[in-house]
Ligand binder design. Structure first.
Ligand SMILES: *[C@@H]1O[C@H](CO)[C@@H](O)[C@H](O)[C@H]1NC(C)=O
Length: 334
Protein backbone atom coordinates (compact mmCIF):
# COMPACT_ATOMS: atom_id res chain seq x y z
CA UNK A 1 0.00 0.00 0.00
CA UNK A 2 1.40 3.43 -0.89
CA UNK A 3 1.65 6.04 1.85
CA UNK A 4 -0.99 8.12 0.03
CA UNK A 5 -3.61 5.40 0.10
CA UNK A 6 -2.92 4.75 3.77
CA UNK A 7 -3.38 8.42 4.49
CA UNK A 8 -6.63 8.56 2.53
CA UNK A 9 -8.10 5.57 4.29
CA UNK A 10 -7.01 6.95 7.65
CA UNK A 11 -8.76 10.18 6.87
CA UNK A 12 -11.90 8.37 5.75
CA UNK A 13 -11.71 6.19 8.83
CA UNK A 14 -12.18 9.19 11.04
CA UNK A 15 -14.71 11.06 8.92
CA UNK A 16 -16.98 8.32 7.53
CA UNK A 17 -20.37 7.90 9.23
CA UNK A 18 -20.30 5.52 12.20
CA UNK A 19 -22.40 2.81 10.54
CA UNK A 20 -19.89 2.58 7.66
CA UNK A 21 -16.95 2.48 10.07
CA UNK A 22 -18.54 -0.32 12.07
CA UNK A 23 -19.28 -2.45 8.99
CA UNK A 24 -15.88 -1.65 7.41
CA UNK A 25 -14.09 -2.72 10.59
CA UNK A 26 -16.31 -5.79 10.90
CA UNK A 27 -15.17 -6.96 7.45
CA UNK A 28 -11.52 -7.02 8.56
CA UNK A 29 -12.43 -8.39 12.00
CA UNK A 30 -14.39 -11.26 10.40
CA UNK A 31 -11.43 -12.08 8.14
CA UNK A 32 -9.19 -12.32 11.19
CA UNK A 33 -11.73 -14.54 12.97
CA UNK A 34 -11.70 -16.82 9.91
CA UNK A 35 -7.91 -17.15 10.15
CA UNK A 36 -8.24 -18.08 13.82
CA UNK A 37 -10.85 -20.72 12.95
CA UNK A 38 -8.59 -22.24 10.27
CA UNK A 39 -5.53 -22.17 12.53
CA UNK A 40 -7.30 -24.09 15.27
CA UNK A 41 -8.56 -26.71 12.80
CA UNK A 42 -5.09 -27.16 11.34
CA UNK A 43 -3.48 -27.51 14.77
CA UNK A 44 -5.83 -30.44 15.30
CA UNK A 45 -7.22 -29.87 18.79
CA UNK A 46 -10.68 -28.34 18.69
CA UNK A 47 -11.21 -28.31 22.47
CA UNK A 48 -14.86 -29.36 22.16
CA UNK A 49 -17.22 -28.57 25.04
CA UNK A 50 -20.88 -29.63 25.09
CA UNK A 51 -22.99 -26.59 26.05
CA UNK A 52 -26.26 -28.52 25.82
CA UNK A 53 -28.07 -31.04 23.64
CA UNK A 54 -27.04 -30.54 20.03
CA UNK A 55 -24.99 -27.53 21.10
CA UNK A 56 -21.23 -27.71 20.93
CA UNK A 57 -18.59 -25.09 21.51
CA UNK A 58 -14.95 -25.31 20.42
CA UNK A 59 -11.74 -23.42 20.99
CA UNK A 60 -12.43 -21.79 17.61
CA UNK A 61 -15.79 -20.34 18.78
CA UNK A 62 -14.14 -18.99 21.94
CA UNK A 63 -11.03 -17.53 20.32
CA UNK A 64 -12.82 -16.06 17.30
CA UNK A 65 -15.35 -14.39 19.56
CA UNK A 66 -12.62 -13.06 21.83
CA UNK A 67 -10.90 -11.45 18.83
CA UNK A 68 -14.13 -10.01 17.43
CA UNK A 69 -15.36 -8.53 20.71
CA UNK A 70 -11.96 -7.18 21.77
CA UNK A 71 -11.48 -5.47 18.41
CA UNK A 72 -14.97 -3.99 18.05
CA UNK A 73 -15.35 -2.91 21.67
CA UNK A 74 -11.92 -1.21 21.65
CA UNK A 75 -12.86 0.81 18.58
CA UNK A 76 -16.51 1.41 19.38
CA UNK A 77 -16.69 1.49 23.17
CA UNK A 78 -20.24 2.88 23.24
CA UNK A 79 -21.76 0.13 21.09
CA UNK A 80 -23.57 -2.79 22.74
CA UNK A 81 -22.19 -6.10 21.46
CA UNK A 82 -24.05 -9.37 22.02
CA UNK A 83 -22.20 -12.56 21.18
CA UNK A 84 -23.26 -16.19 21.10
CA UNK A 85 -20.50 -17.07 23.56
CA UNK A 86 -21.32 -14.29 26.03
CA UNK A 87 -20.26 -10.66 25.79
CA UNK A 88 -17.41 -10.26 28.24
CA UNK A 89 -14.01 -9.12 27.00
CA UNK A 90 -11.09 -11.07 28.36
CA UNK A 91 -8.28 -8.91 29.70
CA UNK A 92 -5.33 -10.58 27.98
CA UNK A 93 -6.14 -10.59 24.29
CA UNK A 94 -3.16 -11.45 22.04
CA UNK A 95 -2.25 -8.22 20.25
CA UNK A 96 -2.55 -9.86 16.83
CA UNK A 97 -6.20 -10.68 17.60
CA UNK A 98 -6.94 -7.00 18.15
CA UNK A 99 -7.85 -5.72 14.70
CA UNK A 100 -7.74 -1.98 14.05
CA UNK A 101 -8.01 -1.82 10.22
CA UNK A 102 -11.13 -1.29 8.18
CA UNK A 103 -12.18 -2.10 4.64
CA UNK A 104 -11.64 1.00 2.44
CA UNK A 105 -14.36 0.11 -0.08
CA UNK A 106 -17.02 0.10 2.65
CA UNK A 107 -15.69 3.34 4.16
CA UNK A 108 -15.97 5.02 0.76
CA UNK A 109 -19.70 4.22 0.31
CA UNK A 110 -22.26 6.96 0.17
CA UNK A 111 -24.35 6.63 3.28
CA UNK A 112 -28.12 7.17 3.01
CA UNK A 113 -29.40 10.20 4.98
CA UNK A 114 -31.30 8.12 7.53
CA UNK A 115 -28.07 6.37 8.61
CA UNK A 116 -25.62 9.29 8.43
CA UNK A 117 -25.95 10.52 11.97
CA UNK A 118 -26.57 7.26 13.83
CA UNK A 119 -24.79 7.28 17.23
CA UNK A 120 -22.99 4.52 19.13
CA UNK A 121 -25.80 4.07 21.64
CA UNK A 122 -28.31 3.41 18.84
CA UNK A 123 -26.34 0.40 17.55
CA UNK A 124 -26.30 -3.22 18.63
CA UNK A 125 -23.78 -5.65 17.12
CA UNK A 126 -24.85 -9.32 17.06
CA UNK A 127 -21.93 -11.75 16.79
CA UNK A 128 -21.87 -15.43 15.98
CA UNK A 129 -18.14 -16.16 15.87
CA UNK A 130 -18.67 -19.58 14.27
CA UNK A 131 -22.03 -20.43 12.73
CA UNK A 132 -22.17 -24.12 11.86
CA UNK A 133 -20.15 -25.44 14.81
CA UNK A 134 -21.57 -28.93 14.45
CA UNK A 135 -20.46 -29.07 10.79
CA UNK A 136 -17.03 -27.70 11.79
CA UNK A 137 -16.56 -30.44 14.39
CA UNK A 138 -17.97 -33.15 12.14
CA UNK A 139 -15.67 -32.12 9.31
CA UNK A 140 -12.79 -32.63 11.71
CA UNK A 141 -13.98 -35.91 13.23
CA UNK A 142 -15.22 -37.57 10.04
CA UNK A 143 -12.84 -35.81 7.61
CA UNK A 144 -15.80 -34.88 5.38
CA UNK A 145 -14.27 -31.60 4.28
CA UNK A 146 -17.31 -30.50 2.24
CA UNK A 147 -19.02 -29.71 5.56
CA UNK A 148 -16.57 -26.83 5.96
CA UNK A 149 -18.61 -24.92 3.34
CA UNK A 150 -21.29 -24.47 5.99
CA UNK A 151 -19.06 -22.64 8.45
CA UNK A 152 -19.37 -18.85 8.63
CA UNK A 153 -18.51 -15.92 10.90
CA UNK A 154 -21.47 -13.58 11.37
CA UNK A 155 -21.37 -9.93 12.45
CA UNK A 156 -24.71 -8.12 12.22
CA UNK A 157 -25.33 -4.46 12.94
CA UNK A 158 -28.75 -3.28 14.12
CA UNK A 159 -29.92 0.31 14.33
CA UNK A 160 -32.73 0.49 16.86
CA UNK A 161 -34.95 -2.50 16.09
CA UNK A 162 -33.72 -3.12 12.62
CA UNK A 163 -30.97 -5.32 11.13
CA UNK A 164 -29.25 -2.80 8.86
CA UNK A 165 -25.73 -4.03 8.15
CA UNK A 166 -24.17 -7.44 7.95
CA UNK A 167 -20.92 -9.27 7.32
CA UNK A 168 -20.66 -12.98 6.53
CA UNK A 169 -17.20 -14.46 6.30
CA UNK A 170 -16.78 -17.97 4.90
CA UNK A 171 -13.36 -19.18 6.09
CA UNK A 172 -13.16 -22.25 3.88
CA UNK A 173 -14.34 -20.80 0.57
CA UNK A 174 -11.94 -21.94 -2.18
CA UNK A 175 -10.42 -24.82 -0.23
CA UNK A 176 -10.66 -27.06 -3.28
CA UNK A 177 -8.97 -24.59 -5.66
CA UNK A 178 -5.26 -24.98 -5.46
CA UNK A 179 -3.37 -21.75 -4.95
CA UNK A 180 -6.51 -19.61 -4.58
CA UNK A 181 -6.73 -17.48 -1.45
CA UNK A 182 -8.81 -19.17 1.24
CA UNK A 183 -11.97 -17.56 2.54
CA UNK A 184 -14.24 -14.76 1.37
CA UNK A 185 -16.23 -12.03 3.02
CA UNK A 186 -19.56 -10.72 1.87
CA UNK A 187 -21.33 -7.71 3.29
CA UNK A 188 -24.34 -5.48 2.82
CA UNK A 189 -25.92 -2.35 4.23
CA UNK A 190 -29.58 -1.63 3.50
CA UNK A 191 -30.02 1.34 1.18
CA UNK A 192 -26.28 1.70 0.78
CA UNK A 193 -24.58 -1.22 -0.94
CA UNK A 194 -23.28 -4.74 -0.80
CA UNK A 195 -20.18 -6.61 -1.91
CA UNK A 196 -18.06 -9.74 -1.92
CA UNK A 197 -20.46 -11.84 -3.96
CA UNK A 198 -22.43 -11.89 -7.21
CA UNK A 199 -26.21 -11.87 -6.95
CA UNK A 200 -27.60 -15.00 -8.57
CA UNK A 201 -31.14 -15.46 -9.82
CA UNK A 202 -33.05 -18.20 -8.07
CA UNK A 203 -34.43 -21.14 -10.12
CA UNK A 204 -37.58 -20.18 -12.08
CA UNK A 205 -38.83 -23.59 -13.17
CA UNK A 206 -38.50 -25.41 -9.85
CA UNK A 207 -38.63 -24.66 -6.15
CA UNK A 208 -35.45 -25.22 -4.17
CA UNK A 209 -35.72 -24.86 -0.41
CA UNK A 210 -32.91 -24.83 2.08
CA UNK A 211 -33.36 -25.91 5.67
CA UNK A 212 -31.58 -27.30 8.69
CA UNK A 213 -29.22 -30.21 8.40
CA UNK A 214 -29.10 -31.23 12.04
CA UNK A 215 -32.30 -29.96 13.73
CA UNK A 216 -35.02 -31.72 11.78
CA UNK A 217 -38.29 -32.61 13.58
CA UNK A 218 -41.94 -33.21 12.63
CA UNK A 219 -42.84 -29.48 12.73
CA UNK A 220 -39.86 -28.45 10.62
CA UNK A 221 -40.74 -31.20 8.16
CA UNK A 222 -44.44 -30.33 7.87
CA UNK A 223 -43.69 -26.67 7.06
CA UNK A 224 -41.18 -27.86 4.50
CA UNK A 225 -43.64 -30.29 2.89
CA UNK A 226 -46.27 -27.54 2.69
CA UNK A 227 -43.97 -25.62 0.31
CA UNK A 228 -44.02 -28.58 -2.15
CA UNK A 229 -40.32 -28.27 -2.92
CA UNK A 230 -38.70 -29.88 -5.95
CA UNK A 231 -35.44 -30.03 -4.09
CA UNK A 232 -34.38 -29.59 -0.45
CA UNK A 233 -30.87 -28.47 0.46
CA UNK A 234 -30.08 -29.47 4.03
CA UNK A 235 -27.13 -27.40 5.13
CA UNK A 236 -25.72 -26.16 8.41
CA UNK A 237 -25.73 -22.56 9.60
CA UNK A 238 -28.13 -19.66 8.99
CA UNK A 239 -25.26 -17.78 7.34
CA UNK A 240 -24.70 -20.49 4.76
CA UNK A 241 -28.44 -20.92 4.07
CA UNK A 242 -28.90 -17.22 3.35
CA UNK A 243 -25.80 -17.28 1.12
CA UNK A 244 -27.64 -19.87 -1.01
CA UNK A 245 -30.44 -17.30 -1.43
CA UNK A 246 -28.03 -14.46 -2.21
CA UNK A 247 -26.31 -16.50 -4.89
CA UNK A 248 -29.49 -17.86 -6.46
CA UNK A 249 -28.97 -21.48 -5.42
CA UNK A 250 -32.23 -21.69 -3.47
CA UNK A 251 -35.57 -19.88 -3.62
CA UNK A 252 -36.38 -19.95 0.08
CA UNK A 253 -35.09 -20.84 3.53
CA UNK A 254 -37.74 -22.46 5.71
CA UNK A 255 -37.10 -23.32 9.36
CA UNK A 256 -40.18 -23.89 11.53
CA UNK A 257 -38.39 -23.93 14.86
CA UNK A 258 -37.52 -21.53 17.63
CA UNK A 259 -33.95 -22.82 17.68
CA UNK A 260 -32.33 -20.03 15.69
CA UNK A 261 -30.96 -16.95 17.53
CA UNK A 262 -30.65 -13.24 16.79
CA UNK A 263 -26.89 -13.56 16.20
CA UNK A 264 -27.66 -16.19 13.53
CA UNK A 265 -30.03 -13.99 11.55
CA UNK A 266 -28.99 -10.34 12.05
CA UNK A 267 -26.12 -10.26 9.53
CA UNK A 268 -27.74 -12.56 6.92
CA UNK A 269 -31.05 -10.68 7.14
CA UNK A 270 -29.40 -7.29 6.58
CA UNK A 271 -27.48 -8.50 3.52
CA UNK A 272 -30.55 -10.27 2.11
CA UNK A 273 -32.67 -7.13 2.58
CA UNK A 274 -29.91 -4.98 1.04
CA UNK A 275 -30.37 -6.87 -2.25
CA UNK A 276 -34.18 -7.06 -2.15
CA UNK A 277 -34.85 -10.40 -0.44
CA UNK A 278 -36.86 -10.85 2.72
CA UNK A 279 -36.55 -12.61 6.10
CA UNK A 280 -39.44 -12.76 8.57
CA UNK A 281 -40.91 -14.87 11.33
CA UNK A 282 -43.45 -17.58 10.44
CA UNK A 283 -46.28 -16.51 12.71
CA UNK A 284 -46.94 -12.93 11.62
CA UNK A 285 -44.63 -12.57 8.65
CA UNK A 286 -42.83 -9.66 10.29
CA UNK A 287 -39.17 -8.77 10.63
CA UNK A 288 -37.52 -9.70 13.90
CA UNK A 289 -36.37 -6.91 16.21
CA UNK A 290 -32.70 -6.62 17.13
CA UNK A 291 -32.51 -4.09 19.97
CA UNK A 292 -30.37 -4.93 23.00
CA UNK A 293 -33.19 -6.19 25.25
CA UNK A 294 -34.92 -8.45 22.74
CA UNK A 295 -35.19 -12.19 23.45
CA UNK A 296 -32.27 -14.01 21.87
CA UNK A 297 -34.30 -16.80 20.32
CA UNK A 298 -36.15 -16.37 17.04
CA UNK A 299 -38.98 -18.27 18.65
CA UNK A 300 -41.43 -17.76 15.79
CA UNK A 301 -39.37 -19.57 13.18
CA UNK A 302 -37.53 -18.24 10.15
CA UNK A 303 -38.84 -17.77 6.62
CA UNK A 304 -36.51 -16.12 4.11
CA UNK A 305 -36.90 -15.67 0.39
CA UNK A 306 -34.52 -14.71 -2.41
CA UNK A 307 -34.98 -11.44 -4.32
CA UNK A 308 -37.84 -11.74 -6.80
CA UNK A 309 -39.64 -14.51 -4.87
CA UNK A 310 -43.18 -13.94 -3.62
CA UNK A 311 -42.62 -14.05 0.14
CA UNK A 312 -46.34 -13.89 0.85
CA UNK A 313 -46.93 -17.09 -1.14
CA UNK A 314 -44.49 -19.00 1.10
CA UNK A 315 -46.00 -17.39 4.18
CA UNK A 316 -49.52 -18.38 3.13
CA UNK A 317 -48.46 -22.03 2.79
CA UNK A 318 -47.35 -22.40 6.42
CA UNK A 319 -49.79 -24.83 8.08
CA UNK A 320 -51.96 -23.33 10.85
CA UNK A 321 -50.77 -26.05 13.24
CA UNK A 322 -47.15 -24.95 12.73
CA UNK A 323 -48.07 -21.31 13.27
CA UNK A 324 -49.82 -22.19 16.51
CA UNK A 325 -46.90 -24.24 17.81
CA UNK A 326 -44.46 -21.45 17.04
CA UNK A 327 -46.55 -18.72 18.62
CA UNK A 328 -46.85 -20.77 21.82
CA UNK A 329 -43.16 -21.42 22.21
CA UNK A 330 -42.30 -17.75 22.60
CA UNK A 331 -43.19 -17.74 26.28
CA UNK A 332 -40.71 -20.40 27.27
CA UNK A 333 -37.58 -18.55 26.20
CA UNK A 334 -35.35 -15.81 27.45
C1 LIG B 1 -6.66 -2.86 20.89
O1 LIG B 1 -5.84 -1.87 20.29
C2 LIG B 1 -6.25 -0.54 20.58
C3 LIG B 1 -5.41 0.40 19.72
O2 LIG B 1 -4.05 0.11 19.81
C4 LIG B 1 -6.11 -0.31 22.08
O3 LIG B 1 -6.51 1.00 22.39
C5 LIG B 1 -6.97 -1.32 22.82
O4 LIG B 1 -6.80 -1.17 24.22
C6 LIG B 1 -6.66 -2.73 22.41
N1 LIG B 1 -7.67 -3.62 22.98
C7 LIG B 1 -7.40 -4.75 23.62
C8 LIG B 1 -8.56 -5.51 24.17
O5 LIG B 1 -6.27 -5.18 23.79
Amino acid sequence: MSPNITLTSLKMASTSPLILRVVATSVVVANRAGEIIRDIMSKGDLGIVEKGKNDLQTEADRSAQCSIIASLSSQFPGVKIIGEEGDSVSSDVPSDWNVTDSDPSVLALKCPDNLKSVKEDELVIWVDPLDGTSEYTQAWISKVTSLLDHVTVLIGVAVGNKAVGGVIHQPYYNYLKEGAPLGRTIWGIIGCGWGGFTIGSAPKDRRVITTTRSHLDATVQSALDAMTPDEVLRVGGAGHKVMLLLEGKANAYVFASGGCKKWDTCAPEAILHAIGGKLTDMVQGESYHYHAEVEHRNSRGVLATAPGEDHSWYFSRIPESVRQLLSGSSTSSR
